[in-house]
Design a binder for this molecule. Structure first.
Ligand code: PLP
Length: 450
């Protein structure tokens, strides 16, 4: 049976050719899965699209639904799949490892965890040489915040409004959007003004926003703090790149107050920004602690905290461990990911293709009033829709309509931001120029019909 890839008659471009056909799918239908999900899974879980997709296969930058229909994946499993879905080198590394040993515990030695820690620290600046593996970004940030508190003997942490750092008790405190917070105890975090060039009160003046952090230290704490945590480009918050010169000024204030600077690289790490391997490097700072997850394992559950030997010493006060953190199968995946990023020059591809994509999206902004802002870098791009450019009124319903229509054209994008009116474009880093062109053509066509 012929697979229909493009069911929109007025739209002429075709998805770039791709030499892969998934095996036939004989499992349950989308409707059956949805019914089970409603009965057996947490009601907090949301799905995209009126008719949710049943994704049964993935290969590089493409996903396939139950009928074998191919979609360009421009969300990348929420900025997670960096090498491409089921990249053969990553699959091979996982398979080789899983055929030998699935799990050990920290009380025995295994080379996979040590090899990956060594490789990972070779990508870090300064003296960031000690790794603690976790299973997620939340856990990594929980640990980073605890380390900062132990090291400094202080409790106060400063985070940014609109940040997303996780969903456990401590990290939910650092997360700063009511959409993602429950009303349970989350103490010790102060939220500074967000250095958001589009919606923030000081526009792109990073140093003015940094003054707010100094004010928080002076007027909201004892003058001493445990630390500061931020993303370099807020992901869940709607792809907001911190205003230039912000982090150097803030890091100086935090250091003066005795605190540690934590860079949350869960989304922006592993070459996604194109210009740099780590997002914090775009602002020329060196953190005391770096947290990561998502891209680190290309979708395999893995996270990490990297810090200096001096700071890591605080963990020796207890036998501090994590049952699954550094599981050999996950760290084997991580090692393969680093090799693929290097071998396939994925960071440089993120830069070249991402710049082209951003240029073309920016041109769409000139064509359509509804596009209020195009931002981000590399393969971490945002397009914000507004119904009034002056007032920046969020166009939430239109955002959903465009996403639905683009799905019909075979393109999957994400959405986010406080108002849910920002497209999040975070594809696997193997995305090609033809893919980028198809995405923009599909968005152009969709906006032209609204
Ligand atoms: N930090 C950032 C920047 C994130 O985007 C996320 C998740 O989206 C997290 C932390 C939490 O990671 P996880 O969902 O793996 O716990």
């Amino acid at each position: 049976e012929e697979v229909v890839e493009n069911n929109n008659e007025g739209f002429l471009p075709k998805l770039p050719p791709f030499d892969y056909s998934p095996p036939p799918y004989t499992g349950p239908s989308a409707a059956e899965i949805l019914a089970k999900r409603k009965t057996y899974l947490s009601p907090s879980l949301l799905h995209f699209y009126n008719k949710p997709l049943n994704i049964v296969d993935g290969k590089m930058q493409y996903l396939f639904d139950e009928s074998g229909r191919r979609y360009l994946d421009a969300f990348g499993g929420i900025a997670t799949v960096c090498c491409g879905h089921c990249h053969p080198d990553v699959v091979k590394s996982i398979t080789n490892q899983i055929n030998r040993i699935q799990h050990t515990t920290v009380v025995y030695l295994n080379h996979a965890i040590a090899d990956f820690a060594e490789a990972l620290t070779s990508k870090m600046p300064g003296n960031l040489k000690v790794v603690f593996f976790t299973n997620s970004g939340t856990e990594a940030n929980e640990l980073a915040m605890m380390i900062a508190r132990l090291y400094t003997g202080c409790n106060d942490i400063i985070s940014l409004r609109n940040a997303y750092h996780g969903n456990a008790a401590g990290t939910m405190g650092a997360t700063a959007q009511c959409n993602w917070k429950f009303n349970v105890v989350q103490t010790g975090v102060h939220h500074a003004l967000n250095p958001d060039p589009y919606r923030g009160v000081f526009g792109s003046d990073g140093e003015k926003y940094a003054k707010d952090v100094q004010d928080l230290i002076d007027f909201g704490t004892s003058g001493h703090v445990a630390g500061f945590i931020s993303e370099a480009i807020q992901g869940v918050g709607g792809i907001i790149e911190l205003a230039p010169n912000y982090l150097p000024a803030v890091y100086a204030s935090i250091k003066k107050a005795g605190g540690l600077c934590i860079a949350d690289e869960v989304q922006s790490g592993f070459g996604r920004t194109g210009s740099h391997f780590w997002g914090f490097e775009t602002q020329g700072v060196v953190p005391d602690i770096v947290t990561m997850a998502k891209g680190i394992g290309n979708g395999i559950p893995l996270g990490a905290v990297v810090t200096t030997p001096e700071v890591a010493e605080v963990l020796t006060r207890r036998s501090y461990f994590n049952t699954f953190g550094g599981n050999p199968v996950c760290t084997a995946a991580g090692l393969a990911v680093l090799k693929v990023i290097e071998k396939e020059k994925l960071q440089s591809n993120a830069f070249v293709v991402g710049s082209h994509l951003k240029e073309r999206l920016t041109a769409l902004k000139d064509k359509y009033e509804i596009i209020g802002d195009v931002r981000g870098r590399g393969m971490m791009l945002g397009v914000e829709l507004v119904s009034d450019r002056q007032l920046k009124t969020p166009a939430k319903a239109e955002t959903l309509r465009v996403m639905e229509q683009m799905k019909e054209l075979g393109v999957l994008i994400g959405k986010g931001g406080f108002h849910g009116n920002v497209f999040r474009i975070t594809p696997p880093l193997c995305f090609t120029k033809d893919d980028a062109d198809y995405l923009v053509d599909a968005m152009d066509y969709t906006l032209s019909k609204m």
